[in-house]
Design a protein around this ligand. Structure first.
Ligand code: SF4
Ligand code: SF4
Length: 449
């Protein structure tokens, strides 16, 4: 194990709550009466339904197949009946086909295991295909198909597997839950991924609040050759893959020789654990571990939630107050306000924050920019949020893209967090990017006409 400071510019020190025993607990969410399953829950083209309305399906059964190599299949989160398949809004201005499924109330909902895999017995190509067939994507919110990431990493001969155990948002506690409950799956998942990559080195990176849980996990699994452990000083948003590699690379650490960022590939702790669990038992991806938090919940914590569960149902199960002010999909730094709580939990979800009605939910009024430069100092990508903000106000989106690299902004929220004028910079950047994408789509259409 070793400890070190982050080595990227900017970022902020957030008050990450101390870990408590409850953070390690994972509760199972019951089935909602209706599950909604969009056929695009990954970055890439939508899957294509292979079931029809009225059909009975088993938990884990294939519902929709991948349409090409860049997509993943979708499996049934419950034994139940397909009610209908309809085109519905996808939440980003477009539409997507959605399978609506009613779980059978009396069923045990056991998922029958299929073909189990073993990293010592199966070769790299077999394992890569098995990973694709589970339907798994980046479960740290990235949503990119895992098999695709592995294939690209193999092409560039990335030989160091970095397991990203950095909690993405303040108040979320998936990392301690995974370390405490799924340590064996993490180690097995690392072996599967390592075999596909042909890598000989793997390292688990956590920040100080999770160091004790990670050390305990390592000690318990010592005889199974766990990854090396790197403990970093907390600094948001260190969990972004590019920044994490900058914090880790270039210096030797116990059990891993020094490596350059281009020699490594990063997978989230949740993804690694799930690869281990699914392949070992021959299962497919049917549910998602998420954190439900915020002062609007009586039972905040970590829940394993069937895919397709309406967010409102999940929050009600966690004891949501009857009057919520607002709900964020994602955490307090990067989350987006939800207008429709019927929207489902999908493969990309990491958690939700529910704010009770009252003073704590009031957003401060935005004032004029005072050119203090705080946002510029906080940006980990060394962008110029103040200038981008002024351009956004003037609607000069083309200039934001061409001269000020808006497309590089990954909406971490550091600039808005430090802004003394409470300017909602991230919302402005998000909306500018959406406008830009729309105008590009129109331009592409016109060019093809
Ligand atoms: S939201 Fe974008 S501009 Fe603001 S600090 Fe993060 S990366 Fe930089
Ligand atoms: S932190 Fe806010 S007030 Fe200061 S320069 Fe940036 S946008 Fe302007």
């Amino acid at each position: 194990m070793f400890g070190r400071r982050s080595s990227f510019p900017g970022g902020i020190r957030l008050d990450m709550p101390d870990r408590v025993a409850a953070d390690a607990v994972v509760r199972q969410m019951p089935f909602a009466p209706l599950l909604r399953l969009p056929l695009r829950q990954h970055a890439g083209p939508a899957a294509e339904a292979v079931v029809r309305a009225g059909e009975e399906v088993l938990r884990g059964q294939l519902l929709a197949q991948a349409t090409d190599e860049t997509a993943v299949p979708l499996h049934s989160p419950a034994t139940g009946r397909v009610l209908r398949i309809t085109e519905q809004p996808d939440g980003s201005g477009g539409t997507v086909n959605v399978i609506e499924l009613a779980p059978l109330p009396g069923d045990t909902q056991e998922q029958t295991g299929g073909r189990a895999f073993d990293p010592d017995r199966h070769d790299a190509d077999e394992l890569l295909e098995a990973i694709r067939e589970t339907g798994i994507v980046g479960l740290g919110g990235e949503r990119g198909p895992t098999h695709l990431r592995l294939r690209r990493a193999r092409k560039r001969a990335a030989e160091v597997l970095v397991i990203n155990g950095i909690e993405g948002e303040p108040g979320f506690s998936r990392v301690p839950a995974l370390l405490a409950r799924h340590g064996a799956d993490v180690v097995t998942g690392a072996r599967f991924l390592g075999k596909v990559l042909g890598s000989r080195q793997s390292v688990l990176a956590v920040e100080k609040p999770d160091a004790a849980a990670a050390s305990t996990m390592m000690a318990e699994l010592e005889n199974r050759n766990p990854p090396a452990l790197a403990v970093l000083e907390p600094r948001y948003p260190q969990g972004a893959a590019e920044l994490l590699l900058r914090s880790l690379s270039g210096r030797p650490m116990e059990g891993v020789s020094a490596f350059a960022p281009e020699r490594a590939v990063v997978f989230s702790l949740a993804t690694v654990a799930e690869v281990g669990r699914l392949l070992k038992h021959g299962l497919t991806l049917t549910d998602q571990l998420i954190t439900l938090t915020g002062d609007g919940l009586r039972e905040p914590g970590n829940y394993r939630v069937p895919l397709g569960t309406p967010v409102g149902f999940a929050l009600a199960h966690a004891g949501a107050h009857p009057e919520l002010d607002r709900v964020l999909a994602g955490g307090p730094m990067r989350g987006q306000a939800m207008g429709d709580l019927e929207r489902p939990v999908t493969k990309g979800a990491t958690g939700f924050v529910a704010f009770a009605a009252g003073d704590s939910a009031q957003l401060p009024e935005a004032l004029a920019c005072i050119r203090c430069g705080e946002c510029v100092a906080a940006c980990p990508l060394q962008l110029h949020p103040a200038e981008l903000g002024l351009l956004a106000r003037r609607g000069e989106i083309q200039t934001m893209i061409t001269d000020w690299h808006l497309e590089r902004c990954f909406e971490c929220g550091c600039c808005a967090y430090v802004c003394p004028s409470h300017i909602p910079l991230v919302q402005m950047f998000r909306s500018a990017k959406a406008q830009w994408r729309r105008s590009q789509a129109v331009a592409d259409k016109e060019a093809m006409a």
